[in-house]
Write a new protein. Sequence first.
Lengths: 479, 479
Amino acid sequence: MRSIYYFCDMIQNDTIIALATPSGAGAIAVLRLSGKDAISRVSDCFKSVTDGKQLRDQKTHTIHLGHIEDANRVIDEVLVSVFKNPNSYTGENVVEISCHGSPYIQQEIIQLFLRKGCRMADAGEFTLRAFLNGKLDLSQAEAVADLIASDNEASHQIAMQQMRGGFSSEIAKLREELLNFASLIELELDFAEEDVEFADRTQFKTLIDRITFVLKRLIDSFAVGNVIKNGIPVAIVGEPNVGKSTLLNALLNEERAIVSEIAGTTRDTIEDEISIGGIGFRFIDTAGIRETQDVVESIGIKKTFEKIEQSQVTIYLFDAPSVLRTASPKGKQFEALKNEIWQIKNKYPQKPLLIIANKIDKLDDAQLASLQAAIPEVKPLSAKTGFGVEQLTNALLNLINTGALRNNETIVTNTRHYDALLKAFEEIQKVKHGLDSGLSSDLMAIDVREALYYFGLITGEVTNDDLLGNIFANFCIGK
Amino acid sequence: MRSIYYFCDMIQNDTIIALATPSGAGAIAVLRLSGKDAISRVSDCFKSVTDGKQLRDQKTHTIHLGHIEDANRVIDEVLVSVFKNPNSYTGENVVEISCHGSPYIQQEIIQLFLRKGCRMADAGEFTLRAFLNGKLDLSQAEAVADLIASDNEASHQIAMQQMRGGFSSEIAKLREELLNFASLIELELDFAEEDVEFADRTQFKTLIDRITFVLKRLIDSFAVGNVIKNGIPVAIVGEPNVGKSTLLNALLNEERAIVSEIAGTTRDTIEDEISIGGIGFRFIDTAGIRETQDVVESIGIKKTFEKIEQSQVTIYLFDAPSVLRTASPKGKQFEALKNEIWQIKNKYPQKPLLIIANKIDKLDDAQLASLQAAIPEVKPLSAKTGFGVEQLTNALLNLINTGALRNNETIVTNTRHYDALLKAFEEIQKVKHGLDSGLSSDLMAIDVREALYYFGLITGEVTNDDLLGNIFANFCIGK
């Protein structure tokens, strides 16, 4: 990757181009150019078929039908949208060319503008320019990538809230209050000899407590945010042929009917991650469950434990008729089952465990009653008929505390933000300690400045080239 | 598929929606709505963040930043483009929503508008509406699909010319002249008893000759057009390990360097079809060539013949050092080689054959000279060093008569057009025969009308629901 220094120094003087829509053939494709000369560069290669005016003479936020021409050879009939600085995504002059969706045409148009002196945009460079031009702060820019990657209601909602500045404004509020006190403390330094206290220590303590509280809430929210962003890992464990894949399909049918109407949602994604009630659940190692002969008894409880360790929720699935057929509730196999469940509970007392008796369509009422008597928390289910599937999805949802989500509270999903918040928290703890122990203003000022620094890292008020490089390299090209 | 009758009767009363950009995740995605109520439907769910005006009050060809909202839940921040009837692709009110490129968001917005009474567009329905509203004739509409599918300069140029009306205008010219004479002949029918001739038979004969000439040219162009559209099938035959896959890779490296800069050009496409000098060459059964032990000697010349039969050009490749090593130019293996080449030439005297001696980097000058003395037309090549590859690509290009392409002549690429032209040609021959044999006006009028009917089929002046159904079902959804 080109050095980020190059970005920040040169960026706003050249015109970048990239395909903004997914690659491949479609009805249309959109190519995006941004830079001081974007409009005049396109104007030189564009012939309007309506009013005959030069593109450079058109108003902002208008659309024009015409031809992209390369020395009188018509490459395509296109719609061109004009956005004038500063009223564009990047804050620069922007042109969007909506051409026919042939990869050949996309390539021809890009090559034309490369010859005319534009250059291919780097990953995330449009959003980087938006950030550098003050259209977005850093956490908002990061939310753009999260928004594009969001594949369920919860992750979409969090990214949307963050992109619209929800997270930034919460951080900004804390930062501003802290900054007020910081300036009072720094003022004290100027009058060090007079030993005055401009910053009321009691008020300052109250503020530090409030900041501590908010930081703690944000830091704690990361646990929720992280699983929402990445999907909640669920382990389905059990012997072969207890119906694991049938259960997965039943969950799929229940929840993914709508998604399948949209082309491009690949089977792979559906199979691995299922969106239930707007939350993504990632059924880990499901391919393994389906393909390998994963016998708990033979390979041992160890393999089961490995799976559970990678997950946040465990579904223990067993074949109810088979267990009842081969033994009475007091028989040997039944004891083995209870023993296994006990082992899991014993090893992972904090991890939610859902015990599911599958194939209960083959049981009579008496058998079901004896099963429930033996294992009170068992949930009866028939993956085949769909009985109990809804109860299972409700149980999964209840396990996830999404109270914050519903209350529109800020949830941290970004590891970088999380790290900065942890660091800010540490510094605030130092300030608190300093206050308690009557630390001198000059030393306390250092801790406060450090905390302010970490707040600034989140929103991008404090930044450096490596940081920007890391963030934007993860974007797709064209964004 | 919904009955086409439904299309034509109901179509213009409802609002259709579809994803216009390729499916999958990208920086942005474009959703397109068309219909009488398209603007007001979007207006109801759109909140401007700039001027606060209702979308329905905005001018045509303007772009607006705002939120797509579902009962106060913000689905996305989007750009909305407004096109007012008749100044749009379909000729109806059209709205394009440019949203963040997350499949989840695309789905949410589509679902929202389906709930608001829009329906999913059928394949090609936007273009069908454009045709029904007189924005395009039928051959132009078909060219839209060809344009999107075009993957090299030649097919792109032909589709572009056809979309811009080049083909239609040629047909229309013939049709109009024929129509003039037809009306004169039909007029004669009204005066049948007086035995007058309004249509000058000599002039008519000249016209029929001209039409015959043009039709013949168009019909003949189909051979070129078809290979350009579908790629020119090339068989590479030869024993195993003579370097077929290395040759393919060398051709790839020579010509596809630019394409590989654009993401999404899949390896598969590159491997099977190579664009050389703007023409697509389809190396048939290349997977087979690479993977199977396709021994000409052992499986016999039959398999080689099968491959040649599917192709338009044959490349016969042999390992020069190996042939020279195992035998002198007069030896047994050399004779076998010459015999094989003779068999191919004998069976397919019309089919271009390129004889390539590979691995000549391992020969000395004397060996090369003896080879060229024995087989004068042999082309020396080294797939490994790249020597001779350019000569080969030039030879391939020379084989294809693209004079018509360079002269900007109309080339027929569409099987439906080809069939209609053949039928029109037959009818014109009947008219010619009638003229020669002094057929009565009423009988001749029938043949002329038939010819006119077939011209009309091409441009869509004559049409029926089945025809439209067949044509537009092959489009992608969203176009």
